[in-house]
Write a protein that binds this ligand. Structure first.
Ligand code: LLP
Length: 421
């Protein structure tokens, strides 16, 4: 459930009419609901209750400072994948002890940054990375707490581009080699093994792959303990999917996911970490756009919006579906017609949806994309010299711009012309 509902025929974010925000900040923009972020965090907290656990919000899904500060205020730790995300977490006041560093290619500089600022653990993804971390930590005279990310060779049955747990994917070390790699880690200076990490993909709508992967992690925990390693923490990754099509999808609930966690790894006496991103921020955000033109094509009608693929890349990149709704609610029973909903960028890929049924739309009408709070703003670009769009946060009846739209001068002045040109 989210907090974007029609009230008296007008779409609201909590108690604020979307049209009021549009009038204040101009379209296109992202708007997030604090209450929805809170609710989604609490669903996970309830699902894991009874377990010693930490929910490390995957900042990559939405890393606005206000969003992460809010998540931290609820008690979340952070899952970061770059030095930039690490610094964002610190800037939002998250203590190093609550920050987990994931990612397949951490550089020595990033490792140093995190070791200086404090870190809960590094999720190491390869032996070469492990060696570099060992050297960096040893040179600094500190010990880096690590888990090794294992690749359990499980098909998460999700989109090809966001599956990460099959043996052909670049992530983690093959689980079959785990004992060897842990032995190697134990022999290196500057490292302290604390646990195991796994993440099999994103937008999973079936619990079976989680169950298979977590059972493999449980088995590995026993083996590694038998080998003499102290395994006290299991990082189970993120990946639980959300309903992008409200009308016909119902992915498993966090509570059901929590049951899988308890059933598979709940009795190992380990502290449990999870790294959810999309389920927390996805349905907590809308992308709001205006219709520029309604254009009659050959046998089809195009809605040309002021938002484009640079603002929300998911449809172009993954063929992703986002529900698209009018900000002024259609009259009950109003006749619908199919539209191709597109942006103004000069690429045919700049198409949000084809033959989507909506009630008639006029130029100037506001349109909202649902489920756009995760992997929306963070993946946007200034392609076509279109400024990054503002982000707005709502809480109850108040709203604030949490990232302003840059001016064209800001964009132009970021470039420099060499003297010799
Ligand atoms: N942990 C790790 C190590 C990850 O790689 C990811 C996501 C997460 C946690 C969070 O997964 P989530 O709970 O959000 O599914 N841009 C794509 C999604 C890429 C996900 C990458 N990794 C999209 O728009 O669908």
């Amino acid at each position: 459930m989210d907090h974007f509902l029609y009230q008296n025929g007008a779409l609201h974010a909590e108690k604020v009419p979307i049209a009021e925000i549009a009038a204040a900040v101009r379209t296109p923009f992202y708007v997030y609901s604090t209450a929805t972020l809170t609710r989604h965090y609490q669903l996970f907290a309830e699902a894991l209750s009874g377990l010693d656990h930490l929910i490390c919000y995957a900042m990559k899904s939405n890393s606005n400072q206000a969003v992460i500060q809010h998540m931290a205020s609820l008690g979340a730790g952070m899952d970061v994948v770059s030095g930039g995300e690490y610094l964002r977490a610190k800037a939002a006041g998250v203590p190093g002890q609550r920050i987990v560093f994931s990612g397949v290619g951490k550089t020595a500089d990033e490792m140093r940054l995190a070791l200086e600022g404090g870190i809960r653990q590094f999720n190491v993804e390869s032996e070469p990375e492990m060696q570099v971390l060992s050297q960096v930590a040893d040179n600094m005279g500190v010990t880096a707490p690590i888990t090794v990310r294992v690749n359990p060779d499980v098909d998460a049955k999700t989109h090809e581009k966001i599956a990460t747990g099959r043996k052909e994917d670049k992530f983690g070390i093959p689980i079959a080699r785990a004992r060897e790699v842990y032995a190697h880690a134990a022999a290196l200076p500057g490292l302290k093994i604390i646990g195991i990490d796994v993440h099999i993909g994103s937008q999973l709508t079936d619990l079976a792959p989680f169950e298979t992967a977590y059972n493999k992690v449980a088995e590995l925990t026993h083996q590694l303990r038998a080998d003499g390693h102290e395994i006290t923490r299991l990082d189970l990754g993120g990946g639980l999917g959300i309903p992008y099509e409200h009308s016909n999808s119902a992915p498993p609930l966090p509570l059901e996911y929590g049951e899988v966690v308890k059933r598979t790894v709940g009795d190992l006496g380990c502290e449990i970490e999870i790294e959810p991103g999309r389920l927390i921020s996805g349905n907590a955000g809308l992308l709001v756009a205006s219709t520029i033109y309604v254009k009659e094509g050959e046998g089809r009608c195009f809605l040309i919006l002021d938002a484009a693929m640079n603002d929300l890349i998911r449809p172009a990149m993954y063929g992703a579906h986002h529900d698209i709704v009018p900000v002024i609610e259609a009259a009950p029973g109003a006749e619908q017609q199919p539209f191709d909903i597109v942006g103004p960028v000069c690429e045919s890929g700049d198409t949000f949806a084809k033959q989507r049924h909506l009630t008639p739309v006029e130029p100037g009408d506001l349109i909202a994309f649902r489920s756009a709070g995760a992997y929306g703003a963070v993946m946007s670009s200034e392609y076509n010299s279109r400024p990054l769009i503002p982000e707005v946060l709502v809480q109850g009846d108040q709203f604030a711009v949490i990232r302003a739209r840059p001016t064209f001068d800001d964009i132009i002045n970021r470039d420099t012309i060499p003297e010799w040109l």
